[in-house]
Write a protein that binds this ligand. Structure first.
Ligand code: CU
Length: 485
């Protein structure tokens, strides 16, 4: 499939549908902001086993004034509650599928047995209940859950099947970071959407969706269009998930201040780092602290991504406005030491496992793959539910080397483990990428090495996935399966 120039066409069509001319940026007439919606917090029953009830159903949501949008949601019309648990907890998730279609719900970032991982093999048929039970055995982290239905992940996530999964541990609690959920501990699920004239989400209506991945022209944060947040405490923690199907954001503040970053996907950082701009790919998470001086407004923005890959996000637009009134200053300074991030010596790795990301239309050089029956694949092969691609010995420490042979940037995600990024084309990872991670951006033509230990859960019959977290790429076959044996 050739690449066509479609951005203007699409923006024009969508603009007509929602009655604006420049949806991503905001004109003076669109200064009207909406209070940020906060997903409900689910903590399960206290003591013993924590039980979380998740009811998935179709619903109707209102994102734009007087426009009804058919959506999917968990315990509500769109997105789902924030699940919170603590390391050491035994949890049971009772996932009921009240939709007319099958789904699968994956615990992204969680270290759990493969049969409870919620990948494409754990289908929940309509009307059925799925009840995985497992122990939380990992560090404090900002995880999430979302549809992982084979070839329908992009569409089901787009329609609303996603939510956050927060994990705390003794270390994170002792740091006394802001943790009053919805008060000074604020989730931000950033997504982009396009709307049809009838109010439904527009999806897969052009070649760009299928090749580059879905790019919307309206930003939603927790399902809120043009949101603002009235800060209640001067020091506020923002837990940010890029829950978009394919859009990469370059986050930054609209004032001169740096972002104060304290956490990545799977852990806190060793110490806070300050960065002017931070690139966040689909599936990646970041934790920020905002220490807002009194009576000011700061806007968290997305700025142009400068990686020179096709489909890069080159626009400048607001994500959310943060407003501070008269607030009490925090009584304590920001801790300068956070945690020890696990370190694995690359010299001890049992092997280097190599992966190439391939697209039939956008590869640099020839396509060597034997069975790329679909337009995208890994190591020349498209996803096949009946084929185990990799067998990883239980307890082994491995380096996974991901080579991107295409002209697009891909977010690479590995189930089961939290890894450390060793290097990107030989250079150390960015400061905000130096905590534990499960998803990493691999730039066009570049190579990323990560290191992980496959310490638990041997099971020859149930595979874990590794895949591109650009959901349109995943659905088109850029995914593979590994078992721990
Ligand atoms: Cu991809």
């Amino acid at each position: 499939m050739p690449i066509c120039s479609r951005r203007n066409i699409i923006f024009g069509a969508a603009a007509m549908a929602i009655g604006t001319t420049l949806p991503l940026s905001r004109t003076a007439a669109q200064r009207q902001t909406n209070p940020l919606k906060i997903p409900k917090l689910l903590e399960g029953a206290a003591g013993g086993r924590r039980i979380y009830d998740l009811d998935i159903a179709a619903g109707i949501s209102t994102f734009l004034p007087n426009v009804s949008t058919p959506t999917l949601g968990t315990n509500g019309a769109y997105l789902g509650p924030t699940i919170r648990a603590r390391a050491g907890d035994r949890v049971t998730l009772r996932v009921k599928n009240n939709m007319a279609e099958p789904t699968a719900i994956h615990w992204h970032g969680l270290h759990v047995p493969a049969r409870f991982d919620g990948g494409p093999h754990q289908v929940i048929e309509p009307g059925k209940l799925w009840g995985p039970s497992f122990d939380i055995k990992q560090k404090a982290s900002l995880c999430w859950y979302h549809s992982h239905m084979l070839e329908q992940t992009g569409e089901q996530v787009l329609r609303g099947l996603a939510g956050l999964f927060l994990i705390e541990d003794d270390e994170s609690v002792a740091l006394r970071l802001p943790s009053d959920y919805g008060i000074d501990d604020i989730p931000l699920i950033i997504q982009d959407r396009r709307f049809n004239a009838d109010g439904s989400f527009e999806y897969m209506s052009n070649m760009g969706d299928a090749e580059v991945g879905y790019q919307g022209n309206v930003i939603l944060v927790n399902g809120t269009v043009i949101p603002h947040l009235e800060l209640q405490r001067q020091r506020t923690r923002l837990r940010i998930l890029n829950g978009s199907n394919a859009r990469i954001y370059m986050l930054g503040r609209d004032d001169a201040a740096d972002l104060l970053i304290i956490g990545s996907d799977g852990s806190l950082l060793e110490r806070p780092v300050y960065m002017r701009r931070l690139r966040l790919g689909p599936g990646e998470r970041i934790e920020l602290l905002v220490d807002m001086p009194r009576e000011r407004t700061v806007t968290l923005m997305s700025y142009p991504v400068v990686a020179n890959a096709l489909g890069d996000n080159n626009e400048t637009f607001p994500i959310i406005e943060l407003r501070a009134g008269k607030l009490e200053p925090p009584g304590t300074p920001v801790p300068q030491e956070l945690i020890r991030v696990p370190y694995w010596d690359p010299a001890r790795a049992a092997r280097v496992r190599k992966f190439t990301l391939d697209m039939s239309t956008m590869n640099i050089g020839p396509m060597p793959g034997p069975t790329m029956d679909n337009s995208m694949g890994i190591n020349g092969r498209s996803m096949d539910m009946d084929r185990i691609d990799e067998r990883v010995p239980l307890g082994s420490l491995e380096i996974w080397e991901i080579q991107n042979r295409t002209t697009l940037t891909h977010p690479f995600h590995i189930h089961d483990v939290q890894f450390r990024v060793l290097d990107r084309d030989g250079a150390p990872p960015q400061p905000h990428e130096q905590g534990l991670k499960d998803t990493v951006l691999v730039d066009a033509g570049s190579r990323v090495r990560v290191i992980a230990e496959f310490a638990d859960f041997a099971d020859p019959d149930h595979p874990y996935m590794y895949h591109c977290h650009n959901l349109e790429h995943e659905d088109a076959g850029m995914m593979g399966q590994f078992v721990v044996i």
